[in-house]
Design a protein around this ligand. Structure first.
Ligand code: AMP
Length: 328
């Protein structure tokens, strides 16, 4: 699929001696795995090229995958190729120096909110951007090199973004891509231990989350994590935000969301929206956000706005439940 654009991307990669990889703010397993994985593939295949991955906001949760590169001087970007992965809009690119690159390639699987870049490869039906990187490797496996390190990065993004191969976007092709990575040698026991294990203190926070979940009339489950709760459990924003997954298995609550106070001067509140069966991205888009049909993010600026968003989601579920069968 999309062979022509992939060929063009490989051609561009060959053309440049220096390549910078970029990802989105508030990084996650997919954008970290995809950028680290592609970087490793490029280094193995083209050892003479300089390949940089610079992102000054590392994630604690993903530090087991190792650090990124130190910042370099801006001039180095000027004659380089930039590859931005897993990032729908320019505003969400974490390292703004992508603007300095001579040419930019966009590789993404989000619903496109805008187009940027000189070469664009977007497949929104893919379960992860990492799946696209695995597919890119497979398409040119006679030329590109992979090893267990690269495979581990890419597999990490595939498992995290697909809910451990659970979501709608997972296809036979997803599994064929994953199989190629497993063949390269991945220590899955180590990987899953890193992804699943928590400190006991964090489990106590989760217990509090379960106690505080609220559900609207039509089945929107939500939790509001204010600053006081974050302080009580000594949580980073990343740890507080991760609680959205604790709301994902309530029968009938086909949409769930977490509101996390960012504690900034604007009083912004991060919203993480998730759903099964019903598509909730229009709600995220209405509140300064976007993402995927069933996993998206937004920002609100007050409790009132949070309540308005919940009300909108509740109305959406009412309509959906009245007109569809088979949800649970
Ligand atoms: P999150 O809840 O932050 O994990 O976001 C779920 C998905 O939606 C991810 O793929 C994000 O990249 C995307 N997303 C989150 N927030 C936004 C936003 N404000 N604008 C566009 N996409 C977003």
């Amino acid at each position: 699929m999309n062979r022509e654009v992939k060929e063009l991307i490989l051609e561009k990669i060959k053309q440049y001696n220096r390549i910078f990889l970029f990802r989105h703010v508030r990084n996650d397993g997919d954008c970290v795995g995809a950028t680290k994985g592609l970087k490793r593939i490029l280094q193995l295949t083209f050892p003479q090229k300089e390949v940089y991955l610079i992102d000054e906001n590392p994630s604690d949760y993903l530090k087991f995958l190792g650090p990124d590169d130190e910042a370099v001087c801006d001039d180095l970007y000027r004659d380089a190729l930039g590859i931005v992965i897993d990032t729908a809009s320019e505003a969400r690119i974490s390292n703004k120096n992508y603007k300095l690159c001579k040419e930019v390639i966009k590789i993404d699987h989000h619903i496109p909110l805008e187009n940027y870049g000189d070469v664009i490869w977007v497949e929104e039906e893919r379960s992860s951007a990492c799946e696209m990187i695995a597919d890119f490797y497979r398409t040119f496996s006679d030329e590109l090199k992979i090893d267990s390190e690269a495979a581990t990065y890419i597999y990490t993004g595939m498992v995290t973004d697909s809910g451990r191969f659970k979501y709608e976007g997972v296809t036979g092709e997803t599994m064929r891509n994953a199989a190629v990575l497993l063949d390269a040698g991945i220590n899955t026991e180590w990987l899953y231990a890193n992804l699943y294990l928590d400190e006991l203190g964090y489990l106590k926070f989760k217990a509090e989350v379960y106690n505080r979940i609220q559900i609207t009339e039509n089945g929107v489950a939500y939790i509001y994590i204010d600053k006081a709760m974050q302080e009580k459990f000594s949580l980073s924003l990343e740890e507080a935000s991760a609680c959205v997954s604790s709301l994902d298995s309530i029968r009938g609550a086909i949409c769930w969301m977490a509101f996390i106070e960012n504690g900034d001067a604007e009083g912004s509140i991060r919203v993480r929206l998730r759903s099964r069966f019903v598509h909730v991205n229009p709600i995220a888009e209405k509140y300064h956000g976007g993402g995927h049909a069933c996993a998206c993010g937004a920002t609100v600026y007050s409790r009132e706005e949070a309540n308005a968003l919940i009300k909108d989601a509740d109305a959406l579920l009412k309509e959906y439940k009245e007109t569809h069968e088979g949800w649970l």
